[in-house]
Design a protein around this ligand. Structure first.
Ligand code: ZN
Length: 339
């Protein structure tokens, strides 16, 4: 089985995102938000059948761990109440996709975060999505201010109420920023990769995993700059008299394969232990074009992996085994969804 651990509902029916615009405009004007739009099952079927499901089938993957559109989370917009209403709407839509296509999608929720608002505010929505919807993880935005980094780093006790709930529910978080509202950062070209790299260093310099030995993070987009600069991170840890990174972080931190060229994948799998890499493509995402050098989509990451000198056992880990291990509820949820 090939599990893609990183997919977003980027093709959701138009009225869903349109409502978000109206909701934020209403909040700005001090009005209450309009009613949420009707979205029919047929509209969802069409958006998936001509979108992520079609690409799964074309590329020969089986299952996508699916979450709301990341840039659309927009935790810097509105306030805690608008974030909550928006997260509820987005997560409900993911649940409907997983219900209509139980063999192809398993849900991951976005959290109703807001800059400066305690992450304790997110635990109820996380619990609801896991227990009622059967979701297997969450996307955690380390910078709800959208490029201004106003909240404490991930190792800070500020975030602990959320981590306690994650551990209790046995779900990991993908550390995933949303859109940048700071014009210095391009959302997917710099803010995403900065977020990945910053999150890793925040973990490295904290005692987070001493306090939460079973907490698990997936750092997406191949870990940002981390694998490429592994020597720098090892050296920094050594200078700080910290244990080797394998001991310090690699029981808890995992990387996905959203790297859009073969040399990057070669480096990732050479530097990072295979036990810490989860297959992912983030398809129909940030980079949608075809690479003229290969004639294939940049985000068709399976093609690169097929070219790597990996044993069948290593490939099985990367495609399936690691995802089942990191997403502790995944196997049981799949058993349910596959009936
Ligand atoms: Zn993403």
């Amino acid at each position: 089985m090939i599990i893609d651990c990183h997919g977003h509902y980027t093709t959701s029916p138009r009225q869903h995102e349109a409502w978000r615009g109206e909701q934020i405009a209403a909040q700005g004007d001090g009005r209450s938000a309009p009613m949420r739009p009707t979205i029919t099952d047929d509209e969802i079927r069409a958006s998936i059948g001509n979108g992520q499901l079609k690409v799964q089938q074309e590329r020969g993957t089986d299952l996508t761990i699916f979450s709301p559109r990341a840039a659309g989370m927009g935790h810097h917009l509105g306030d805690a109440w608008t974030s909550e209403a928006w997260a509820t709407a987005c997560n409900e839509l993911i649940h409907r996709v997983c219900t209509l296509f139980p063999r192809n999608f398993v849900g991951v929720c976005m959290l109703p975060q807001s800059a400066g608002v305690s992450p304790a505010n997110c635990t109820a929505e996380l619990e609801r999505c896991v227990l009622q919807y059967g979701f297997v993880g969450c996307n955690l935005n380390p910078d709800p201010s959208g490029g201004f980094w106003k909240d404490p780093p991930l190792g800070d006790r500020y975030w602990y109420p959320l981590y306690e709930k994650m551990v209790e529910l046995n779900v990991p978080a993908m550390i995933h920023v949303s859109a940048a509202c700071n014009p210095a950062f391009h959302t997917t070209g710099s803010h995403y990769l900065n977020g990945d790299t910053a999150a890793f260093m925040q973990c490295l310099t904290s005692d987070l995993f001493k306090n939460f030995p079973t907490l698990k993070f997936i750092i997406p987009h191949g870990g940002g700059a981390v694998p490429y600069h592994w020597g720098r991170f090892r050296g920094l840890a050594q200078d700080m008299k910290l244990p080797p990174l394998s001991e310090l972080l690699l029981n808890n931190v995992f990387f996905d394969t959203c790297v859009y060229h073969l040399p990057g994948q070669e480096l990732l799998t050479k530097v990072i232990p295979l036990d810490n890499i989860l297959f992912a493509s983030e398809m129909i995402g940030a980079v949608r074009g075809i690479d003229p050098e290969t004639g294939h989509h940049y985000d068709d990451t399976k093609r690169y992996i097929e070219q790597l000198p990996l044993s069948a056992g290593d490939k099985a880990k990367l495609y399936e085994g690691n995802a089942r291990r990191v997403y502790g509820r995944l196997s049981a949820q799949l058993a349910k969804q596959f009936g």
